[in-house]
Ligand binder design. Sequence first.
Ligand code: ADP
Ligand code: 5GP
Length: 186
Amino acid sequence: MSQANPGRLTVLTGPSGVGKGTLVGRLLERHPEIWLSISATTRAPRSGEQDGVHYFFLNREAFEAQIAAGGFLEWAEFAGNLYGTPRQPVERQLEAGRPVLLEIELEGARQVRKSFAAGFQLFIKPPSLEELEARIRGRGTDSDEAIARRLQRARIELAAESEFDAALINGDLEVALGELEALMGL
Ligand code: ADP
Ligand code: 5GP
């Protein structure tokens, strides 16, 4: 970007169930100036999830057409579904000088690292794998098969922590929120 005062891009990554969505929700309540990217996905909506609010829910064909058109800043397959960040809104918000937040998985974070080298990449860790599993199960939204896939993927993601600019443990939510704010310079 060549703007005089481009907005800052922050990427938040961490295993499914670690509490990224919860942390981001609290962060946005406290800092409404932050713009959260809404991703596209081929995953089915969970109960309560709304199209255009939590995700843009696309079928595989529509998602692949958007890939072909270069419409994603990054995209990846996760636990059998496709997820991607629509490119244009992110670029517009950064051009407008707004802080932009992406909540995406590891492969997407790696892609963004290449195109936005100056972006800040933050990794969220669970206190333990047992606690992670308990949170995914406690959320009550995933089948046993989906839980198994997410936990398998979690091990891979946790091994990549050192690639990130910083990491924090989401143990106590309030403590983690404070650490997140401090790391983001808020
Ligand atoms: P993610 O977005 O990373 O997949 P969620 O935000 O959906 O994770 O959180 C997964 C589950 O863990 C939810 O039921 C949420 O209420 C719970 N949770 C989130 N943060 C904490 C925390 N710090 N302590 C205990 N439970 C948490
Ligand atoms: P969930 O199905 O639990 O909403 O999300 C599964 C995983 O996909 C999470 O790790 C989440 O961060 C990631 N994710 C959500 N949106 C995107 C996206 O646009 N791109 C990528 N690469 N990952 C995403």
